[in-house]
Design a binder for this molecule. Sequence first.
Ligand code: SAM
Length: 232
Amino acid sequence: MHRLLSWCFSKKKSPPVYSADLNPTTRSLPEANKWILSEYILGKLIGIVGVHPYPLDELLLMCSTLAYFKPDMVIEWGTHYGKSARIFYEATTYLNLKTVIHTIDLPPTAEHCENIHNDSQRGLFIRNLPVIRHLGDGLTVARKIIAEVNPKLVLFFVDGDHSFASIRDELNGIKCMAPRAVVLVHDTFLQGSESGYNCGPYSAIKEFTAQHQLEYQATILGLPGMCLTYWL
Ligand SMILES: C[S@@+](CC[C@H](N)C(=O)[O-])C[C@H]1O[C@@H](n2cnc3c(N)ncnc32)[C@H](O)[C@@H]1O
């Protein structure tokens, strides 16, 4: 702990010890070193991205997923202000990963209730950073990237349209295009159907993981909620 704290307050950029147990044969569940990652999140990441829309447990899940699976590529949609893309950029840098990060959003002219139409605000958090930006439908663009580059292991971050049908189709599309994949879905905390909010992602990932008999892990007890699933 002393070593961690002194690292936190020092100017060194790289982590002092590795931050995940990397042996899936001895672990039934992903097991990252959450103490080290927590120090990093509190000492650095929060200062850049805050805790909105990703609260502490979700930041930890995003960082732990990177630390454990070490994907060679992240493909995420939608970019919006670029907070999730920035989190992936910062955390892969901290973990010394060579992960290439792609982020996709609809064109500024597209009609979508969450689309940012003002170009100066789009991707604000990833401006001038080596995050590759694309315009278009997330699943369609992801298919093209995978066909061109053939990465070994992609972490998909699904945070575009939040209807049940969209997410169901996106998850099934990912399953078809990627023989191995790690998937995080955002906004999966289930509120009552009367809220009219956040019901689609929860139902879609529950159905998808049940159909394919996949591991499913989720943050709990509050909004917005994030789920992890994977097939390797
Ligand atoms: C909740 S915001 C995402 C927040 C973002 N991940 C962040 O960290 O700032 C949803 C975004 O998804 C985009 N979107 C909706 N449908 C999409 C699709 N089919 N493909 C790509 N992006 C989509 C919207 O334009 C919007 O910018």
